[in-house]
Design a protein around this ligand. Structure first.
Ligand code: NAD
Ligand code: DAU
Length: 338
């Protein structure tokens, strides 16, 4: 790949996208980044503030379903790194339509522009497309059949299939990554870890769905960004890579660990109604990306959690602004009216 590369990063004002923009601009002094983001409730320009006067960075507010805008931006880049999505499972249960529009239609609009100008395309997807594991099942890998079970995961599965279809049908130079649950700085406080930390700082309790024994495989967002970096530079065209954190834990372990680190007791746990169709366990076997590209997770979960708690304690301004407004209305419907 050339020394200077121009990346179009969709969803770059969201959690993982903004961490990825930091990673790229901090690691590659010659690279340029254009962020295309609609600034939905989950997008936040504060997460990219560090770069606002940087000539190698440009922000464009816009929707990935806007074909003419997408066309204009794709033609001038070398690679599209596609993060933009509706990402929250609970919201997809309340209102699925926007998930279909953004995640399915939006991805197809981007693919069409990439096809027109024959651009490299990396699609960021999720392990949720593989369904749910039992306690003794082998972790997901690149050969696991698709079995999505929520409107969110079904929309991501559809987008993965479209990306594959553009490779097989049009030879579009694509790669896909399916990763497990990320955590770290700039994580929107509707998701379990940032919600737990920020609720505790605010004097509220942590809502635990069902029995709290569901398992997720936690991956530090910085490890994830390094994996995407390796895939866009050295990944094999047409291939999928599973990216996991070696961080399988029950939700109850996660929230008790956060309580312990923050010096608080278990009376701050509040067991609430379970998520509809709640997937019991996700876990990833990342042997392929380790073997082919030399990637492995480097941030141990206990360390990463400590660092993440400290980040939320030190960046109250970032998340307090985010927790106001329309988010508050969603949150009250989600938990308090149960
Ligand atoms: P996020 O919700 O924090 O951010 C999504 C971003 O996309 C926001 O900035 C939002 O404004 C933007 N966006 C939404 N709709 C848009 C549209 N129509 N046009 C342009 N921009 C739009 O999400 P995230 O957690 O950072 O996830 C990023 C990607 O990674 C998603 O594709 C998600 O499916 C995938 N993923 C996330 C995780 C995780 O643990 N967070 C794990 C696996 C995969
Ligand atoms: O596995 C990858 C996926 O991880 C991504 O594709 C999604 O975009 C991302 O949101 C995440 O999905 P989850 O549903 O696993 O994440 P969430 O943080 O919402 O929930 C994690 C677990 O914690 C899950 O079992 C539900 C539970 N939970 C969640 C919330 C918000 C609670 O017990 N209480 C809560 O308040």
């Amino acid at each position: 790949m050339q020394n200077n590369m121009k990346l179009l990063v969709t969803g770059g004002a969201g959690f993982i996208g903004s961490n990825f923009v930091h990673h790229i601009l901090d690691t590659y002094p010659e690279y340029e980044v254009v962020v295309l983001d609609a600034l939905t409730y989950a997008g936040n320009l504060e997460s990219l503030k560090k770069f606002e006067h940087e000539s190698r960075y440009r922000f464009v507010k816009g929707d990935i379903t806007d074909a003419s805008l997408v066309d204009e931006l794709v033609v001038e880049c070398d690679i599209v790194v596609h993060f933009a999505a509706e990402s929250h499972v609970d919201r997809s249960i309340l209102e699925p339509s926007i998930f279909i529009k953004t995640n399915v239609l939006g991805t197809q609009v981007l693919l069409e522009a990439a096809r027109k100008y024959n651009k490299r395309f990396h699609h960021v997807s999720t392990d949720e497309v593989f369904g749910a594991l039992g306690p003794h099942d082998e972790p997901f890998n690149e050969h696991t059949p698709y079995d999505p079970r929520s409107p969110y995961s079904a929309s991501k599965a559809a987008s993965d299939h479209l990306v594959e279809a553009y490779f097989h049908t049009y030879n579009l130079p694509i790669t896909i990554s399916n990763c497990s649950n990320n955590y770290g700085p700039y994580h929107f406080p509707e998701k379990l870890i940032p919600l737990a930390i920020t609720n505790l700082i605010e004097g509220k309790n942590i809502p635990v769905y069902g029995d709290g024994r569901q398992v997720r495989d936690w991956l530090h967002v910085k490890d994830h960004c390094r994996a995407i970096d390796m895939i866009i530079h050295n990944g094999h065209i047409g291939e999928t890579y599973c990216v996991g954190g070696d961080g399988e834990r029950e939700n109850i372990w996660i929230v008790k660990n956060i309580l312990k680190e923050m010096g608080l007791g278990e009376e701050r746990l509040e067991y609430v109604k379970d998520r509809a169709g709640h997937d019991r366990r996700y876990a990833i076997n990342h042997d392929k990306i380790t073997r082919e590209l030399g990637w492995k997770p480097e941030i141990a979960l206990e360390e990463g959690l400590k660092e993440t708690i400290a980040w939320f304690q030190e960046n109250k301004g970032w998340w307090q602004a985010v927790k106001d407004g329309s988010y508050q209305e969603y949150y009250e419907n989600q938990y308090i009216k149960r």
